[in-house]
Design a protein around this ligand. Structure first.
Ligand code: MN
Length: 168
């Protein structure tokens, strides 16, 4: 049997597939070889004071990482002096809090205030109204890991009143 045009076409297609695969693998290897770790040094990002509009008491926010082409989630270290807390708010993509130090408080709208301690991880689902802050007699620092939707990661609401904060 002679090599028919069909057999030739099939052979060509197989060779083309193999070659394309090899080129893609090579390109991937080159990209991986090009990728490298990036270390952002401590102190490279300026910390900011929590705005009096959105926080009660003394609060300092240290940006840790920003949204970029790899992730739509940002991280920030937030330090609350004793008695300091956020205003009520929601997050369009939710938020994880990891308590780093001190003793803190958090509350979901309509639910009891809860104490949070170092190592505790709090997941707040999208759209759930809540606040977080320090306990009255202890500072508290947490890492806040917050997703972004259309460039927005929080919707601020009214302040937490002393009555709400003290209702424990
Ligand atoms: Mn929050």
């Amino acid at each position: 049997m002679n090599a028919s045009p069909v057999r030739f076409a099939l052979t060509f297609a197989v060779l083309q597939t193999l070659l394309t695969g090899a080129v893609e693998a090579w390109a991937n290897d080159m990209m991986l070889a090009d990728a490298q770790q990036k270390i952002t040094r401590a102190g490279a990002r300026a910390s900011v004071t929590g705005s009096t509009e959105n926080f009660t008491g003394q609060v300092r926010v240290e940006p840790v990482w920003s949204v970029d082409e790899n992730s739509n989630v940002s991280g920030g270290l937030v330090s609350f002096e004793p008695g300091a807390r956020s205003a009520w708010h929601t997050h369009p993509a939710g938020q994880r809090l990891v308590v780093i130090s001190g003793v803190g408080l958090t509350q979901e709208w309509g639910k009891p205030v809860q104490q949070i301690r170092p190592g505790d991880v709090i997941w707040c689902p999208p759209g759930v109204k809540h606040w977080h802050g320090a306990a009255p007699n202890s500072p508290m620092t947490h890492l806040a890991v917050t997703g972004t939707v259309n460039g927005k990661n929080v919707s601020w609401m009214e302040k937490v009143t002393d009555e709400q904060y003290d209702a424990r």
